[in-house]
Structure formats: C-alpha cells, structure tokens
Design a protein around this ligand. Structure first.
Ligand code: BG6
Length: 493
C-alpha cells in the first residue's frame, strides 16, 4: 500500500456513532488527567459532531474558578478551530468539596439549570477524573444528592470511574458496594483507557474476524506470550499518586491484564457487551500468578546523555521508598486452551524506550528438515505493537537468494500509520462516546475487575507487609535509561 495514499476502504459498512443530548460533569476538571485527556477528547467529540448541539460540560473541583477562568483554561488546551468558541460557551464550572454534601446539593441545582438551558433532557455522564481515594466519597454523595441512577427512571445518569479501581480485592469490593448503592451496575463505567485504543480493539478483529489464526491460537501451537510495557518517563509530576500505588497496581492489574485477556480469551458467544465481558471474566478467573518480581530505578543516563536521578531522589518521593517502578509477572491459565503456556508480563518506568507490545511466540517445528545442525530456526512470532508504533508483524523464515538452501527470519507487516497517513489516536473520546451511548463493551465489569485483584492480592499484600529492609532486598535495581534489571539466569522465566 502506498504510504501517501491514506484512503481506507472498509470491508464492512461502519457508521460513525453519535450521541444524543447530554451534559458531562467532570470531577477534577482542572487536574492533570482532565487537561491532558478528557477535555481535549470532549472537544474532539464536539468538533466531529459526535455530540449534538444539546450538550454541555460542567467542571467541578476544589480549585476556585469562575466560568470565565475555566473557559480560559479549556481554551489553552485546545487547538484553534471554528467550533472552539461554541464549545467554550458550553463549558461551566462549579467550585466545591468532594466530601461535603452541601457541594453536591449545589451541583444538583446547577445541573438542573444547565439541563434546562441546553435542553439536554437530564441525561448526565459523571466523569471521575480524581485521585482513587475520592471515587467512593463522590459516588456516595451523588446518590445522597439524588443524582444516582437507583432512584431515577427517566433520563440516564452514568458514572465513569478511572483506574486503579481499588488498591486490593477488599477495597475494590468496598468501592463496588458503595457505587452500587447509588448507581445500577449498568450505569457504572469502569475505565481502562487501553481498551479505547484502536490498536487494542484490533486484537478482537484480528482474532475473531479472521479464520486463519483461531485454529493455532492455543497451547498446541503457541509456546508463550510476552507483553511488554516500557516508558521513558519517570513519575512525571505524579509522585504522590505513584509512590502509594506502584507499577503493579498502576498498569499490571489493569492495562496489561486487559491486553492479555483480549489476546487469549475464548471467542465470545456474540459481539455484544455481556458475552465479551463474560469471556474476559472467565479468562481472568482461570489465571494463576506463578511469580512476580519487582524492581526500582537507580540514577542513570537518558538516551541523549542527560543524567537522570534515582527514583528515591525524584521530587516528592521518600528517600527510603520501596515502591516498584518495574515488574515481571509470570502467569498461567488452567483453561484447556492455555494450560502450561507462560504469559510473561513486564512493565517498567524510566527505561531506554517507550513501547507497548504483545508477542505471541509459536512452537518451533518438531523437526527441521532444512537444518544442518541440531539448531532450530527462530520460532514464528506475531507481534502487536500497540504504541507508539502501531503495527502487526508476522515473522517467518524465508529463503535467502542464492544456490544454497539458506533461510532467515523475515517480517510481514501491517502499519496503521502507513494506512492512514498518521497514527490512530483517541482512546478517551471513544470511551466517553460509548458511555453516552450506553455501550459497556469496553469497560470492566464488576466480576472481571474483582478477579484481577483476587489474582494479585496475595502477592501484593505479602509484599506490603514485609519489613522495609526485606522489601529493599527483594527489589531488582536498574539504572534509569537502561533496559531494566539484569536478572540472574535462575530468575529467567
Ligand atoms: C496510566 C498510568 O494509566 O497509563 C501511567 O497511570 C501510564 O503511569 C499511562 O504512564 C500509560 O498510558 P499511555 O496511554 O500513555 O500508554
């Protein structure tokens, strides 16, 4: 396909979805997540006409802001566009406390006013872009202020909750119980923004819209599955959150386990939200944690030669912190399809590169008739590059031209960027639009999120309960900017 020809012909008709009238209440409206992801995504939905004219955004936060000051903030985040003034006109702000019932009564009154003036019929999405310890208090007070969905038969009221959803099994269950007192489960949208990425959704299409791969997608043909999450960034101004969370809770429990589920779960009975979430939950319940190693970065050097501080020297991090910035988890599933196949999930901050990828490694051929020695050729692999590169690469052996029967691994590649002329973007707008349309396919279900915490709970709790010294000795260190810890051979999976 020519790289300068971004025309895409879809195999089946794909209508662009759009939402009906609604208002979005954004908690944590001036915070980092809202600025980086949610507000720009809401604007793109408006710009692309995926939301109608009958639409508004009400920011809510502790930071005292007038409507005008909030609009200035939103304006500074958006590119110039003819529709920008119209979008800004729909942006409003309410200063309040996340734990004070009076603030939620004010919210109810303000919402009523805005629904009336924008003719939005009372349909509301509450987006909780706040630190995780506030999910419960906000959920509870929304219910007390009559803003939940338990008491409402008319317009929809849905709540989008960010991750991590709890910090262990017990807190996850408590949070579910609190939210379920205010909202029906069908109105709770537990976000994992990885599920909004096109390259992640492509895993479902790759597996279930093709006939070629399913017959070999099992333990008879697949030797192991590797998932790698590497970032060059350190804690990036989120020291408080990260140090009390750690990378296992921050990305393993959610993003990486979701990727694993999509690449391994059984085909759902149909492409509907509940059958898909049934398959995911069944897969999570079949998993066993075999080992979980943790690491932390020491001082090092970036790829362009700049000195990088150790994790414990980063601003806001306690000098004796034993929070992990790297992990390697080995999991297996007791399902018929995957019994005995290791799933090796590795994640790290402050590494030498940024990449999220999944590698499916096939078994070697049982007998190599073309091999001269006992050495086998490298196995076939299928690699899904999720980001920043967005590719699917199949590696196979090919003959090297010449008189001898020599061969070497070659790649066959599909690249979203070459197809479209730019990388695919837009995880958040996809998820927000699905929530407005009442589609929970790409959101965690209660049993799924609880199953992932159950899987990790024993290990997380025993690590947390060790003495500081013992935790320190268990951490594998690695220099910032490197490839991660050099593990001794006995720890290789
Ligand atoms: C977030 C984590 O959920 O995902 C961050 O809290 C991480 O620590 C981020 O950096 C990665 O998201 P993305 O979309 O940039 O890969």
């Amino acid at each position: 396909m020519a790289s300068d020809s971004p025309t895409v012909t879809y195999g089946i008709s794909c209508e662009k979805p759009s939402a009906g009238p609604c208002g979005v209440v954004l908690f944590g409206a001036s915070g980092d997540l809202s600025r980086r992801k949610v507000l720009p995504a809401l604007f793109r939905l408006f710009r692309d006409r995926s939301v109608p004219d009958r639409f508004f955004v009400l920011g809510f936060g502790r930071t005292p802001l007038s409507d005008t000051a909030f609009r200035d903030l939103v304006a500074s985040l958006l590119p110039d566009n003819d529709l920008k003034p119209d979008f800004l006109r729909r942006c409003h702000y309410l200063t309040g406390s996340y734990t004070d019932p009076a603030s939620f009564r004010n919210l109810a009154a303000r919402l009523e006013e805005l629904h009336r003036s924008f003719a939005t019929e009372g349909n509301t999405v509450f987006h909780l872009a706040v630190p995780p310890d506030l999910f419960g208090p906000i959920g509870r007070l929304l219910g007390h202020a009559g803003l939940g969905s338990r008491s409402s038969q008319g317009p929809y009221r849905r709540v989008m909750v960010e991750k991590p959803f709890g910090k262990d099994l017990a807190s996850c269950r408590r949070l579910n119980a609190i939210l379920l007192r205010s909202f029906r489960d069908s109105d709770i949208y537990r976000i994992d923004h990885y599920l909004g990425k096109h390259t992640v959704q492509n895993l479902l299409v790759f597996r279930f819209a093709n006939r070629l791969f399913e017959p070999v997608w099992n333990r008879r043909y697949i030797d192991r599955i590797l998932i790698d999450f590497a970032e060059t960034d350190g804690v990036s101004g989120r020291a408080g959150f990260f140090d009390t969370t750690g990378l296992v809770r921050d990305v393993l429990q959610n993003h990486l386990l979701q990727l694993l589920a999509l690449v391994t779960m059984d085909p759902p009975a149909s492409f509907q939200p509940e059958p898909i979430r049934d398959s995911q939950a069944r897969f999570f319940k079949s998993l066993r944690l075999r080992s979980l190693l943790r690491g932390q970065y020491t001082a090092g050097t970036s790829h362009d030669g700049h000195p990088l501080p150790a994790y414990t020297q980063e601003q806001g991090i306690p000098p004796d912190s034993t929070t992990e910035t790297w992990f390697r988890a080995v999991l297996t599933s007791h399902s018929r399809r995957w019994r005995g196949v290791p799933f090796i999930l590795t994640g790290g901050k402050r590494l030498h590169r940024k990449e999220t990828s999944i590698t499916v490694v096939f078994n070697k051929p049982p007998y190599c008739m073309l091999c001269k020695s006992s050495e086998h050729p490298a196995p076939n692999t299928i690699r899904f590059l999720i980001q920043p590169q967005q590719k699917v690469i199949l590696t196979f052996q090919a003959k090297i031209p010449g008189s001898r029967m020599c061969f070497t691994p070659m790649d066959m590649e599909f690249d979203y960027e070459r197809l479209l002329g730019h990388p695919t973007t837009g995880d958040y707008e996809h998820l927000i639009l699905d929530c407005m349309n009442g589609d929970q396919t790409l959101f965690w279900r209660k049993d799924g999120v609880e199953a992932t915490w159950r899987l990790l709970d024993g290990d997380i709790r025993s690590f947390d309960h060790l003495s500081l010294d013992r935790r320190r000795t268990l951490l594998h260190t690695y220099p910032a900017g490197s490839e991660g810890p050099r593990l001794p051979p006995e720890l290789w999976p």
